[in-house]
Design a protein around this ligand. Structure first.
Ligand SMILES: [Zn+2]
Length: 231
């Protein structure tokens, strides 16, 4: 039997990730786009995340361990593939916040105006006189099975090493539960230090000003993170 699919090879593009270096991808097929649209219509965030992940695995020729990518690598890759698949424009509806207006204006932004926010200056956080933790940015696998408000869980998964006095404790040698027990010992200020670090990790962001087409009121539009770009 002839391999008819081979008659229509997809173009291949490079993409630089922070976690895994340069990888290669192809645009999404029409069938893959549809699968993502269906997941989006259901507004099921787990389904959107899992469908996106499965699509990324195929689009990178099953050669990239998507779980090991940083979450911002995954966001960046999705946006890049989207711009090669359906184009560079992202449309959304701006609802006017003007008094008695509420008019809905269609807004188009260019994906090339979306950029990665600055990373925190250091991955080493001082929690006490002789207590330090070395952090890793959240990876795709860090979010798996974690409730969105489970900050302790995310902290436990992103602490790479604990240093106390002259001893070094790589968390890879402990269970997740043991690291979670360590996080539970944090004081409020220690918790804030680690929480602030995670909040400051790079994420895709866009900001621009758009006018309501009815009353002319200017709105500052800020989009941040995965879900804002895939709705
Ligand atoms: Zn208006």
């Amino acid at each position: 039997m002839a391999n008819l699919a081979s008659l229509n090879p997809a173009p291949v593009y490079p993409f630089k990730t922070k976690a895994l270096g340069e990888i290669k991808f192809r645009p999404f097929t029409s069938a893959e786009q549809k699968a993502l649209l269906i997941a989006k219509e259901d507004e099921d965030e787990d389904a959107i995340f899992n469908t996106s992940k499965a699509m990324l695995e195929s689009a990178t020729f099953n050669k990239v361990d998507i779980n090991k990518l940083y979450t911002f690598d995954m966001e960046g890759l999705l946006i890049k593939i989207r711009s090669k698949s359906v184009g560079d424009e992202l449309k959304y509806a701006l609802t006017c916040s003007g008094k008695d207006c509420g008019h809905v204006t269609p807004v188009t932004i260019s994906l090339s105006d979306v950029s990665l926010s600055q990373a925190p200056q250091s991955n080493t956080l001082q929690l006490g006189d002789t207590l330090f933790v070395v952090m890793d940015y959240p990876r795709v696998e860090s979010l798996a099975g974690l409730k969105p408000d489970d900050n302790e869980g995310l902290m436990a998964r992103c602490i790479k090493t604990i240093c106390k006095d002259d001893e070094v404790y790589p968390t890879s040698e402990s269970t997740e539960e043991e690291v979670r027990e360590f996080v539970k010992t944090f004081s409020d200020s220690q918790y804030d230090i680690v929480f602030d670090y995670l909040q400051a990790c790079p994420t895709l962001s866009y900001s621009g000003v758009h006018k309501c087409s009815k009353c002319g009121k200017e709105h500052k539009s800020e989009l941040k993170g995965f879900n804002s770009f895939f709705r």
